[in-house]
Design a binder for this molecule. Sequence first.
Ligand code: HEM
Length: 509
Amino acid sequence: MMKLNVVGFEWLISPTPCLATLVVFLGYIWANWPYSHWKELGVPGPSPSPVVGNFLQIFGGGSPRLVHQEWIKKYGKVFGMYSGRTPTLDVSDPDFAKQVLIDNFNQFRNRKKPTVTQRPLDKGIKLSRNENWRHARNLLSPTFTSEKLKEMVPLLNKCAETMVKNCSKLCESNQAIEVKGIFGAYAMDCIASCAFGVEIDSLNDPNNEFVRNAKMVLTFSKMDPWLFMSLFFPFVGRMLDIFNYSVFSRKVTNFFFNETAKIIDVRKKEERPRKDFVHFMLNAHKTSSGDSDKEKYRYHGMANDEITANSLTFFLESYDTISTCLGFTSYLLATNSEVQQKLIQQIDKVVAMHGRVTYDALNDMPYLDMVISESLRMYPPAVFLERECEKDVIIKDIPIHKGIGVTINVWAIQHDSEIYPEPDKFIPERFTAEQKSKRPSCSFLAFGVGPRSCIGMQFALAECKMALVQILKRFTFETCGQTEIPLVLGKMVELAPSMGITLKFKKRQ
Ligand code: HEM
């Protein structure tokens, strides 16, 4: 019998190297398999890397916004890329955006599913999905009607008065003001008051228990290394779910659960309850349209954990967006004095007419509305909107399969010179009713559009308007030696000036 000579080639038949080769081979397949998706469909886009997709190009040093702008120039207003392992269509064409956000909404009801269940926020409206989202939205929508908003405006007014007192102190000592501090504190006071029933002056009381826990929520949500890992290794997310992982520490979560439980107790006993989000959520069933298949909502309002999750969601959704919007608006007014003067004239006239700053007075200031819209066009706090495809669909000849992500590039659409000529100029007159009607329907997306757009839009506008009116009644925004002109934006996805915004508040005569 012939004997096989394997000297030097034993590794080919030894089980360990064979297994190692198989593992490497399977690893190679796993690392590369999602990345032929767009090529196969003939959709252009940047080349991905194994495991991380286009992540390194987006976050590897430059600003994500500018990287996207380069890609738009190269591949057009609709191109394919990969967020980690998920094929994602990047859209900066308003008509395509409309098809996703409005016309084919039933295929795009959800945002991309987080890779880790973000307890306790998963019970809140922003992260809920499918039918759970629809029920939550139906239930919460009445909380944000103009009627309810009107009842909350006095609470906003009180927070604005606290802010103005703090500004006066800084103004008297002739100090330059880092506006994020002032507006961040105002945003926190407003949401503490409206969503948690707690009245605070967070600027002067940083050791307040609510303020300390709220600040922890803000930092936890952004710096979680596990969330980051799970973007590329989905099994990390699944493991974390098994271990009941929470993005916030138990201590912080418990603090907010206990606070909400206390407020709910108080609200239930009050004869004339304070009109805030907690009150409206507890009584949501009384005004909701009701859903026959969800009996529980028809007979009682939201459960405690749902109220806590939604209050925390409102807090996280409002803190950065409001302070960013007010920060950029104050900068734009300080550097465009004729706009600031025109706005002040309108504020003086309308406040004199109404006698005080009411909800109706705020709505009687169309120029203020135009100023805020133009500021949100130039500096949208949410630069991208995201959706996940739920059922296969073809839009403008591009097949979008179930599970594929769609990113709507708000920044690119709102800085498109074909839609907004001279996009880097601050021109509030772009937002007269006449000018708005001339533009395509999805060309302003600062609050999103369609059934899943920002539920807090009217509340947010009232909050920003209240702050600007109360300040501009007494001060003007002025640039000073520390003001960075022109503003240079940082490299993060969230819009923030790299050096912050520093202004002086000058007392009006
Ligand atoms: C200037 C301030 C604000 C801006 C620019 C803003 C913008 C946005 C955007 C762009 C979205 C995503 C929309 C989409 O995916 O189509 C969103 C969603 C949301 N916002 Fe706002 N927002 C602001 C303030 C607020 C405030 C004050 C609240 C609550 C009190 C709030 C609550 C929410 C919630 C709950 C969602 C999720 C809605 C859902 O999934 O059904 N936002 N917001």
